[in-house]
Design a protein around this ligand. Structure first.
Ligand code: SF4
Ligand code: SF4
Ligand code: SF4
Length: 445
């Protein structure tokens, strides 16, 4: 395991199902996933009810910290270790799945327009979430937080009623797209065994079988080529009689290097994720007064412009990187840029820093909030982290992200990217990645 995780070998994998058969048994026992989903459904129902009907004072409602601090920070942290496993137990699908089971779905095929423009919709929805979160200070609004969760739930349910399977997850869920992009640098992957699938005629992993539906995102294990869309729900593990699906431990960067940025989802999601982080750091940091003067321009408009501007910065960074690598704009399609995998570790660490900052600055206050809400003598357990400790941790995580980007660049250099880079040099690209890292540091300090 240590050799696989710390030595880059594109082919090295450890079959976790074979090494730890209990993991495979866990996925094959449908009730295990059902228990987890039920727990998630109950927890989310409680969160939404607390947000809707609990006290609206942020210092007296635990749903805020549980939603933004525990849940979202946990999901971001999980990208690296378990990829999209969160999606396997996600509660947003509970009602849609129930309605489908009751036969209350039109069971339509997802239309062509949805399959064509899904990414635009997903990025717009993600932008709407980030915008609402920042402009309305959602992290301090119990009702707003509950309404956001309900909106996502309504989207997933509506698409569950219209379309077969989980079209919401496959095409437009903004959280799913972000988690998928993060999962491209995860330590694990679910993949089929090609030799076993080659002779398989029934493809039950995709189509399902009598009494059991197939892959909810229309893939099937044999079609999983990357970590973007597979929900790690484990259904194919149960459906396949040939023991083909495997859960594999891998070096976290093998997918970034193998795909080389040839993926449209990451091409838009990674620059937007990173750009939105810069916009959020600016809006919530010491630069806010200077760059977003409230008396000159209303904050919602200023933040919208900032969001677009920062997204533009990262698109420009990708374009500049392409140029430095000698990739001519006309010689390759837009989605073919090794700059995306180079930026991915930084974007991941930036999101982690942003979410952890909230988590660590609020966790010490959680006993007080719980005491206020439930009239319990918990406030004596309150504590606080010093600002310098938070800054040090943020710098450490950013340094890891920067080192990751540097390492990905080195790996590309080692492979020489012959088919992509004609005569470009990687040294300026490393300088570009270092500048982005310094930009992050300036924004968080
Ligand atoms: S894609 Fe979205 S709705 Fe679907 S399982 Fe993942 S987070 Fe949940
Ligand atoms: S994963 Fe199993 S069911 Fe699916 S194609 Fe391969 S062998 Fe067939
Ligand atoms: S490929 Fe398998 S694990 Fe992935 S979403 Fe489909 S059924 Fe679930």
């Amino acid at each position: 395991m240590i050799r696989i995780l710390f030595t880059f070998d594109p082919a090295a994998r450890l079959d976790l199902f074979r090494t730890f058969p209990s993991i495979r048994s866990f996925f094959r026992q449908r009730r295990n996933m059902a228990y987890l989903r039920t727990f998630g459904d109950i927890a989310f129902t409680v969160l939404i009810l607390l947000g809707l009907f609990g006290p609206q004072d942020p210092d007296s409602n635990i749903s805020l910290f549980l939603s933004w601090g525990v849940w979202w920070t946990g999901v971001v942290l999980s990208w690296f270790f378990v990829g999209k496993l969160w999606c396997g137990v996600c509660p947003f699908l509970g009602i849609g799945r129930l309605l489908q089971r009751l036969g209350l779905s039109l069971n339509l095929d997802p239309p062509h327009a949805l399959r064509r423009y899904f990414l635009h919709i997903a990025v717009l929805l993600f932008a709407a979430i980030i915008w609402t979160e920042s402009v309305t200070d959602l992290k301090h609004q119990p009702l707003g937080t509950a309404l956001l969760l309900l909106t996502i739930l309504a989207g997933a349910t509506a698409m569950g009623v219209l379309f077969k399977g989980q079209a919401w997850c496959r095409y437009v869920c903004p959280l799913g797209k972000i988690i998928g992009a993060g999962a491209t640098m995860s330590m694990i992957e679910l993949r089929a065994t090609p030799d076993l699938c080659r002779t398989c005629r029934e493809t039950a992993c995709k189509k399902g079988r009598e009494g059991m539906r197939g892959c909810p995102v229309y893939l099937g294990a044999h079609n999983v080529r990357n970590s973007l869309d597979c929900l790690l729900c484990g259904r194919c593990v149960l459906l396949c009689d040939h023991r083909s699906p495997r859960l594999l431990l891998r070096h976290p960067f093998v997918e970034l290097i193998a795909v080389k940025g040839r993926d449209l989802t990451c091409t838009f999601i990674i620059p937007f994720l990173a750009g939105s982080q810069w916009a959020r750091f600016i809006a919530e940091g010491q630069w806010a007064q200077l760059l977003l003067p409230d008396h000159v321009i209303p904050f919602p408009l200023a933040f919208s412009l900032l969001l677009v501007f920062c997204f533009g910065i990262f698109l420009a960074v990708v374009a500049a990187g392409n140029r430095l690598l000698g990739i001519k704009p006309s010689s390759l399609p837009i989605h073919c840029s090794p700059m995306i995998p180079i930026l991915t570790p930084l974007a991941f660490s930036g999101e982690l820093v942003y979410r952890l900052e909230y988590f660590l600055s609020e966790i010490g206050n959680f006993p007080v909030v719980a005491a206020n809400q439930f009239a319990l003598p918990l406030d004596r357990f309150a504590f606080a982290f010093s600002e310098s400790a938070l800054e040090l941790l943020s710098l450490f995580i950013l340094a890891l992200g920067g080192a990751g980007s540097f390492y990905v660049t080195r790996l590309f250099q080692h492979k020489r990217l012959k088919e992509m880079s004609r005569d470009g040099s990687f040294l300026p690209v490393q300088g570009l990645a270092a500048s982005i890292c310094i930009g992050y540091v300036l924004l968080i300090l």
